[in-house]
Write a protein that binds this ligand. Structure first.
Ligand SMILES: Nc1ncnc2c1ncn2[C@@H]1O[C@H](COP(=O)(O)OP(=O)(O)O)[C@@H](O)[C@H]1O
Ligand SMILES: [Mg+2]
Length: 287
């Protein structure tokens, strides 16, 4: 039994003429202990997929089983409980509360459990130590660097002891040195046996992953296992062709390059859909 099993999951936003199919009948099994890197252009459905897998959002259609239990149709409260017990989130923009100290931010997810405040702060302090941020406990978020903020938000994600970590572009706002620190932490979390799902625009970060997904227009068009520490040939080729450039933006465009190199075998696997609803091509927000 896979840890995560989703079958024919779709997510449709809007009504009538203005609907967007953010996810189009996506099916995937994820085993415990995988480190999955999700790539794909802006608007391809990566965040929508992460939010559904992380139980922040519900699919419009399709089924989702977590550890063999069906969670696609459970009510809001139940979903929130399953989420808090199993899943930790890391966001590109950190999402720390500005008026709380770093320690209080990290302790926050423990509040629902009825743990005493002393115990909450103690656990939070221990988790901050794990990410090397003990000396910043009593600082406010605006007194920390981006890299420190992301480490604090990793501590917040870990404080409940979840076994699944979902990171949506965790290094998107970081310089390369801080990004590396964050990736090493995620890698440690993975090595401890946890499952990590990470969205990234940076192909070189796929070397931390054990499996790479590539999304396009709400579908997974590429799904390949890879050895941790290595980049698959296809990603490597795309990176090499841009090697002379130091421009980060060009590197991010590797995503688009992968898209133009369909693997014939992969493409053939996907049967054509006869009654595919046309996607609206309204403005896509640029990231
Ligand atoms: N809350 C929403 N309401 C309407 N459309 C949305 C909403 N969230 C996402 N979308 C649309 O769904 C598609 C997928 O978005 P998203 O999952 O954020 O993609 P990605 O993370 O790959 O950039 C996009 O076309 C986006 O505009
Ligand atoms: Mg996104």
């Amino acid at each position: 039994m896979a840890l995560i099993e989703i079958k024919d999951v779709s997510k449709v936003y809007g009504f009538g003429d203005a609907t967007t199919i953010a996810l189009d009948e996506v099916s995937i099994d994820i085993e415990k202990g995988e480190f999955i890197a999700v790539m794909g252009p802006s608007g391809s459905g990566k965040t929508t997929l992460m939010n559904i897998l992380g139980l922040l959002d519900k699919p419009t259609h399709g089924s989702y089983k977590l550890s063999g239990r069906k969670v696609s149709k459970v009510g809001k409260n139940r979903r929130a409980k399953v989420r808090r017990d199993n899943i930790g989130f890391i966001f590109q923009s950190f999402n720390l509360l500005p008026r709380l100290t770093i320690l209080e931010n990290v302790a926050l997810p423990l509040a629902y459990k009825g743990v005493t405040q002393t115990k909450r702060l103690k656990t939070a302090a221990r988790t901050l130590e794990q990410v090397g941020l003990s000396e910043r406990e009593y600082y406010l978020p605006n007194q920390l660097s981006g890299g420190q903020l992301q480490r604090a938000s990793i501590a917040r994600a870990l404080v409940n002891g979840p076994s699944i970590i979902i990171a949506d572009e965790p290094t998107g706002n970081l310089d390369s040195v801080s990004a590396r620190v964050v990736m090493e932490l995620l890698s440690d979390i993975h090595k401890m046996g946890n499952t990590v799902l990470m969205v990234t625009h940076n192909p070189s970060l796929t070397r931390y992953a054990s499996r790479i997904l590539y999304m396009l227009d709400g579908s997974i068009v590429y799904d390949e296992a890879t050895a941790v520490g290595q980049m698959p040939d296809r990603v490597q080729r795309a990176v090499n062709s841009l090697r002379k450039s130091t421009d980060d933006e060009k590197l991010a465009n590797v995503s688009a390059m992968i898209e133009t190199m369909p693997e014939p075998a992969e493409a053939a696997k996907k049967p054509p859909k006869k009654t595919k609803k046309k996607r609206t091509r309204t403005k896509r927000s640029k990231k």
